[in-house]
Design a protein around this ligand. Structure first.
Ligand code: CMC
Length: 431
């Protein structure tokens, strides 16, 4: 007799019925393999390009309700973390599951601060890039190169060693990113200053010139820290899935993080905020918005409204709401970004337009973040780097969770073969 928590499937090819258990509103794809016509058949598979309806893991890190626009890290609402936490505290939370005690936070902050230095030889790697190399290309290469300095990082099941690599990666991200920027603009590298907080130290390595002590504006430091909190994790997105897939081969975490960075670089993922600025600049003024919207709706030249739409959110992305508010605080210090007016009007028109309403397309995290970064004088090429810096903590939390999960194995999807049937090799003269 079928229980309530199962699915009965009748195979109309054979008339046979099968019972498949349901747990967590999910069936296991492997349970379908027993559905066969002949005994030696492979068994039924699921076809799910882009993983639209496939859970690839069980995870206790980040919860998203895309319809309601809810995002929580380890149960804590993103709005509360953005208001009350810091990025380093949030990173600890993601990695350890609980908020740190006062002593834990002090020790963690100290450890991360003292791991920000990178081996001097890495500067030669950076020096070999042309002045106009994209900072994401440099970041990906530098993270991979960084891993070669820690050969013990391949011992991924050594808990202490794993912890040390996690600390190094989180700490050194701001140094690599800052050094990459200095290389681009032809300025001497600015070393970490251990008196500064994590986001302030990053700004120090970006912008310090001749000051004896660099003191970034506290409002900008806080805004950057909030952006870091908002970008720290987002469950099984493209780059996190890359981290898990690559990590599932048991490669060292530096190589897996480099792969995740590469995935993040794409314009449909972490590269979207850069595209938003290009789009707003191209639109140029409010009166050009209706024509642009028409172009998007017709899909002319594949034009999309960048910074809109999301695979999971079918409501306003909660991160976009927080960033929109932060933008005003930043502009009080930096002066207004003239593109904001266009962005606000574009959002207003799109949210009233049937095309976007019907498809549930709302602003995502990237719609307003680029405006803040631009006001803070980050070059556009650096935007995905700013996304990658905090996302490293999420990637590493997800990677650790995967390594501790006995359900996981090396990732290896199946395919439906659509190629030619077996045939004999033809000599070149006869082709
Ligand atoms: N502008 C215009 N139409 C859109 C957009 C957009 N930004 N996004 C989706 N659509 C349309 C799409 O053409 C499709 O229409 P139809 O049903 O007529 O074919 C429908 O909405 C459903 O979209 P989809 O492409 O099936 O949705 P998806 O889940 O595969 O794609 C997405 C999600 C984020 C890739 C997509 O919305 C997009 O390309 N947005 C613009 C890029 C962007 O802002 N990316 C940042 C994502 S948030 C941060 C991150 O994850 O890194």
């Amino acid at each position: 007799m079928p229980t309530n928590n199962s699915l009965t499937i009748t195979d109309n090819r054979t008339g046979k019925s099968y019972e498949v258990p349901i747990t967590d509103e999910t069936i296991r794809a492997i349970d379908l393999r027993k559905i066969k016509v002949k005994d030696d058949d492979f068994g039924l598979m699921t076809y799910d390009p882009a993983f639209m309806n496939t859970a690839a893991c069980r995870s206790a890190i980040t919860f998203i309700d895309g319809d309601k626009g809810i995002l929580e890290y380890r149960g804590y609402p993103i709005e509360q973390l953005a208001e009350k936490s810091t990025y380093l505290e949030t990173a600890w939370l993601l990695l350890n599951g609980e908020l740190p005690t006062k002593d834990e936070l002090a020790a963690w902050t100290n450890t991360i601060t003292y791991h920000t230095f990178i081996n001097e030889n890495l500067k030669f790697v950076l020096d070999s890039f042309r002045y106009n190399a994209h900072p994401m290309g440099m970041l990906i290469a530098m993270i991979s190169a960084l891993g070669t300095f820690y050969p013990e990082a391949k011992n991924i099941f050594d808990q202490e060693g794993r912890k040390r690599q996690i600390e190094r990666l989180i700490a050194k991200m701001i140094t690599i990113a800052g050094f990459g920027y200095r290389h681009m603009v032809g300025m001497p590298y600015a070393y970490p200053d251990n008196k500064l907080s994590y986001p302030a130290n990053f700004l120090n390595m970006m912008y310090r010139t001749t000051e004896a002590e660099y003191e970034p504006n506290p409002a900008l430091v806080r805004a950057l820290d909030v952006l870091f909190i908002l970008h720290a994790d987002h469950e099984q997105n493209c780059s996190t899935s890359s981290m898990r897939v690559v990590g599932s081969s048991h490669v060292d975490p530096y190589s897996a993080v480099a792969a995740a960075c590469a995935a993040l670089y794409g314009p449909l993922h972490g590269g979207a905020n850069e595209q938003v600025i290009h789009m707003l600049t191209e639109i140029g003024s409010k009166q050009n918005i209706p024509a642009f919207i028409e172009k998007v709706k017709k899909g002319e030249g594949g034009v999309k409204l960048m910074g809109f739409g999301h695979r999971v959110y079918k409501n306003y992305d909660p991160r976009a709401k927080i960033i929109k508010n932060s933008a005003y605080e930043v502009f009080e210090v930096t002066g207004m970004n003239p593109l904001l007016d266009i962005a606000l009007e574009l959002e207003k028109i799109a949210l009233e337009d049937e095309y976007f309403v019907k498809r549930k397309l709302y602003p995502n995290v990237d719609f307003y973040s680029g405006l803040i970064y631009q006001a803070m004088k980050f070059p556009m090429d650096m935007f995905p780097v700013l996304f990658a810096i905090p996302r490293v903590s999420g990637w590493l939390a997800q990677w650790s969770e995967m390594l501790n999960d006995s359900d996981q194995k090396i990732a290896r999807p199946r395919q439906i073969f659509t190629g030619s049937a077996r045939r004999d090799y033809k000599a070149i003269e006869g082709r």
